[in-house]
Design a protein around this ligand. Structure first.
Ligand code: NAP
Length: 281
């Protein structure tokens, strides 16, 4: 039986077991996907024991993504770029790491906006400069945009992000928090990657009055599914992209590696997770 896991601390709220459990059942595969809570002090030992424990691989969540990056022997270019790993697998006895948040965000954006969206959307504004912002920006940098602006409460973190991810022709810049409303007015794609708007956190206070009617507003927070930002954008008639699709799509590459079948993000899977999110509130 093929075994996989999600490791984090805490990990009890992870919805990954629900996603992978759905795919295992859907494809009639004999396998398991377990939730494992490992404190930071034991993480290195945990990584070293994966083969002996009979795991094919697993997902890594907060706070272990950077430690997983440091602990793997092989890394994809995406993982190298972000210096963080969310997907592990063992290949010929070697522990590999990838970062599939990039794939997850971009796949959901492409699915939501349709192929060729970059023809209309030239300037993107990314709010936040944490780990998830790095994945979002690395994804956007693969597309031919004119500019990606990153604005974060703590500007030095945005400056560091720009320094780490900048590459020739990528037109990535940072601006101060006081420029938020102006930058929003200049962007055709606005993405919240902060934890603002998440259940139990304050909402992101973003003035949408200068935003054009063509602007797309995305949020990677998915609890609640309709964040105050997305609700405000929808009320102005703007196109919105929610955060759940990123979570679902980032899970695809791991499942394919461990269980040998590339699964699909279906409406049925999405409904299952939506019901779980709404049931937990
Ligand atoms: P992180 O590395 O801890 O970064 C948190 C970010 O939020 C930082 O930019 C931080 O700014 C900002 N922030 C926090 N509190 C703030 C406040 N009161 N005002 C303004 N900015 C504030 O976290 P992360 O891993 O990037 O995750 C961020 C969010 O994305 C979380 O809600 C997470 O659940 C969600 N997420 C979703 C997916 C998905 O699949 N949909 C994937 C990953 C993450 P400072 O630098 O100023 O502290």
């Amino acid at each position: 039986m093929t075994r996989a896991f999600v490791v984090g601390h805490p990990v009890k709220h992870s919805r990954s077991p629900l996603i992978h459990g759905y795919w295992l059942k859907h494809h009639g595969l004999v396998g398991s996907y377990e939730r494992i809570d490992v404190p930071p002090s034991d993480f290195e030992k945990f990584l070293g024991s994966l083969g002996q424990q009979g795991f094919a691989g697993g997902n890594v969540t907060i706070p272990h993504k950077e430690a997983a990056y440091a602990g793997v022997a092989g890394r994809t270019k995406r993982a190298e770029r972000l210096k963080a790993v969310n997907t592990l697998w063992i290949e010929n006895g070697v522990l590999w790491g990838d970062n599939t948040d990039i794939i997850g965000f971009m796949a959901h954006l492409d699915q939501s906006l349709g192929a060729g969206w970059e023809r209309e959307i030239r300037n993107a504004l990314v709010i936040g400069a944490g780990g998830a912002a790095r994945a979002v920006i690395a994804g956007l940098q693969e597309r031919p945009l004119d500019q990606v602006t990153v604005i974060n409460r703590t500007q030095p973190n945005a400056c560091q992000l720009v320094q780490d991810l900048e590459r020739p022709g990528s037109r990535l810049r940072s601006a101060g928090w006081d420029r938020l409303s102006t930058a929003a007015g200049q962007a055709q794609l606005i993405i919240n990657t902060t934890s603002l708007g998440m259940a139990g956190h304050p909402a992101l206070d973003l003035d949408l009055s200068r935003v054009s009617s063509e602007t797309v507003v995305a949020d990677i927070v998915y609890v609640p599914l309709k964040t105050p930002l997305l609700a405000a954008a929808a009320a102005r008639g703007l196109r919105t992209v929610d955060g759940l699709g990123m979570l679902l799509h980032q899970a695809v590459p791991g499942f394919a590696r461990w269980f040998g079948v590339t699964p699909e993000v279906t409406a049925e899977l999405r409904s299952l997770i939506v019901a779980d999110i709404e049931g937990a509130r």
